[in-house]
Design a protein around this ligand. Structure first.
Ligand code: HSE
Length: 339
């Protein structure tokens, strides 16, 4: 079967997955029998385009990097029409995250699933706010709602927990889920000021469009909510996760931790306690001997506490164009494998 892919959003991640698919086209076919066409793209800046036989993605990447609108295969269909009427089999929802309402991504996800088309997404909105409902809707329509890219980009935490670790009972998940704040804490430890380091994190592209989402812990809280619901089946809402960011950490706090052989980290945690899930995001002083203490810069890491293996820690990148693009590819390949 040839996958007919649609992309909602042609920003960093949309361009990232397009480049990967283009560069690996032959390899993916040879190794996994994965054949595809990208047939539709909907982007509010570059326009909506559709060609049932496949778009000229190389040209579109050139146009986007020059800041130009798409010139070929332009249609005047809105996003919902293009989702429904195109010959797409799977849609990658890669528009901006809105953690208040989930929109407009949530509307795209619903329309695609109701039209019997798979969804692969790195957008935290639909996953953090509506995971149980969307999963059910996907099941009802015989398609998949895939969200690996919503937590720690392409570092395979959701697939690890639900795949290889499936036979274990996971009682606790604890980790560094936000690259911006981890980078800031790392640099503040070296003596840089909070405001200077936030500026650098923005320049490096780690921070959200509005960095309040990073420094106040809201981005990590969305990821904690997703982990609680997907890995532990908690059925909790995002506002049930207590949340404190790094804005109150002072140079004196950093010194205090150093003296105690510890280091500040913004820790997201989900724990099963007497059949109840407790979830939080808060800065914690971590002993330097713990694997999470060694994760510096924009790195992310998660420790799963399990009954059969004890602690399993995975460390990897939590953001980036090719890193998040890879998450999308891994979900596309999973759909290909499992049908
Ligand atoms: N702003 C996020 C971070 C990007 O710093 O981790 C990935 O969600």
């Amino acid at each position: 079967m040839k996958h007919k892919i649609g992309l909602l959003g042609f920003g960093t991640v949309g361009q990232g997955i397009s480049e990967i698919l283009l560069n690996k086209k032959d390899d993916l076919k040879k190794k996994y029998g994965f054949k595809y066409d990208i047939v539709a793209v909907a982007d509010f800046k570059f326009g909506n385009v559709y060609n049932p036989k496949g778009l000229d993605i190389a040209l579109m990447l050139k146009e986007a990097s020059a800041g130009k609108k798409f010139s070929k295969d332009v249609v005047d269909w809105d996003n919902h029409k293009i989702i429904k009427k195109s010959n797409t089999t799977v849609w990658c929802e890669l528009t901006y995250t809105d953690l208040q309402t989930g929109g407009p991504a949530i509307g795209h996800v619903k329309t695609a699933l109701e039209s019997g088309k798979h969804i692969v997404t790195s957008n935290k909105g639909p996953a953090a706010l509506h995971y149980p409902k969307m999963k059910k809707l996907a099941g009802k329509n015989g398609v998949r709602f895939m969200i690996e890219g919503t937590v720690v980009a392409g570092t395979p935490v959701i697939n690890l927990a639900t795949g290889p670790l499936a036979g274990c009972n996971i009682s606790k998940i604890r980790g560094i889920l936000n690259g911006t704040t981890n980078y800031m804490l790392t640099e503040m430890e070296k003596g840089m000021s909070y405001s200077d380091v936030l500026k650098v994190a923005q320049e490096k592209g780690y921070a959200e469009a509005d960095p309040t989402g990073d420094v106040e812990g809201y981005d990590a809280r969305a990821k904690v909510t997703i982990l609680a619901n997907v890995v532990m089946g908690a059925g909790i809402a995002i506002d049930e996760v207590s949340c404190e960011g790094i804005t109150k950490i002072t140079p004196a706090d950093i010194e205090k931790a150093k003296k105690q052989g510890k280091r500040w980290k913004l820790i997201g945690s989900v724990e099963m306690k007497e059949n109840k899930v407790e979830a939080s995001v808060k800065p914690q002083m971590i002993d330097l001997t713990h694997p999470l203490a060694g994760v510096m810069g924009a790195g992310n890491a998660l420790t799963f506490s399990t009954d059969l293996l004890g602690d399993v820690t995975i460390v990897g990148p939590g953001a980036g164009k090719k890193e998040t693009g890879f998450a999308i590819l891994s979900d596309l390949l999973a759909i290909h494998r499992e049908g």
